[in-house]
Design a protein around this ligand. Structure first.
Ligand code: 2GW
Ligand code: MN
Length: 286
């Protein structure tokens, strides 16, 4: 394969951090050659599982999520969608490209939305141990109130990856919305923390995702027994976990953007995975 030579004396980006102090790549446009990566992952015949939960009213988000995933997510690779829902009959029928499959899995619905969101960690950990370990090499776990808007491919894959939240990346660590009460298992002191990660996109190898989801679920059970719930639910616990188990890749906010004007933020060259605007009042009532 012919491709441009890497230039040791010319940085791929001079406006952003492209590697963490623990030597994990931060994935930005301009830092990778997708052709080289596609060839590597095709050689391994890698299968990628994408988990998504659509419970109660959130079933309406599935169609756009899946249609845009067919256009932009891991195109040319083997993909298994795992759709967790309380309404299997209402999962939209989408024509999938070759090499892509869908499994619809029933989950219970909880009365509180916080429980729907938090129990994803438990469900993913249970399925990782059983089914995912046999069926896929990597897992990508996503929120459903999102759409793919540009390429999201194998450049994100690694043993353990998290995504930087678009709302806080310019802030100092003491201003991140981590859980600040020492009584919670998710507690992070003011002088600790690397990035503020968003729980709407994380993943890695199946064993690593199993460890992460199991640890977050167990931490949430301890909090529940102590009558405390972390400020941002499982996102707070994810941040605590990734502080002490450093991710091997960090996805830049290109992979978690809200559709504001890109030109206001020159370092963001592409918006790949986008948070949908939702009417909080109607979605958050039963
Ligand atoms: C969530 C909030 C209010 C009312 C309903 C729900 C809800 C969420 C639901 O009725 N059905 C459902 O399937 N969910 C799932 O939980 C769905 O997959 C959704 O994407 C996910 C997280 O809820 P969401 O997207 O409303 O939360 P966000 O966008 O405010 O996201 C962040 O904070 C959450 C915790 O507060 C999570 O950590 C999430 O991963 C973060 O992105
Ligand atoms: Mn969301």
């Amino acid at each position: 394969m012919a491709y441009g030579q890497p230039q040791l004396l010319k940085p791929s980006r001079n406006d952003v951090l492209v590697v963490t102090p623990w030597l994990a790549p931060v994935v930005w446009e301009g830092t990778f050659n997708i052709h080289i990566l596609n060839q590597q992952f095709r050689q391994q015949n890698a299968t990628i599982g994408l988990t998504v939960f659509a419970v109660k009213k959130y079933i309406i988000f599935l169609k756009l999520f899946l249609e845009t995933a067919e256009t932009y997510f891991m195109v040319g690779h083997r993909v298994n969608y795992y759709i967790f829902t309380d309404q299997p009959k209402h999962v939209p029928q989408i024509l999938l490209q070759k090499g892509r499959q869908m499994a619809i899995l029933r989950v219970q619905s909880y009365a509180r939305w916080q429980d729907i969101s938090m129990h994803r960690m438990e469900v993913i950990s249970i399925f990782s141990q059983r089914r995912f370990l046999r069926e896929v090499d990597y897992l990508v776990c996503a929120d459903v109130d999102m759409k793919f808007n540009d390429h999201v491919g194998v450049e994100i894959l690694s043993s353990l990856f998290g995504t930087i939240h678009p709302g806080f990346f310019w802030l100092r660590r003491d201003a991140f919305p981590y859980e600040r009460r020492p009584q919670s298992q998710a507690y992070i002191p003011q002088d600790e923390g690397d990035f503020y990660y968003m729980a709407a996109l994380f993943g890695g190898s199946v064993p690593e995702v199993y460890r992460l989801t199991k640890a977050c679920h167990e931490a949430m059970m301890i909090d529940e027994a102590g009558h405390i719930e972390a400020i941002w639910h499982e996102e707070s616990h994810l941040n605590k976990y990734l502080l002490h188990h450093k991710p091997t890749k960090v996805l830049s906010p290109e992979y978690m953007w809200n559709n504001g004007p890109l030109n206001l933020t020159p370092c963001i060259k592409r918006s790949r995975f986008v948070i949908l605007q939702k009417d909080g009042k109607t979605m958050r009532t039963n």
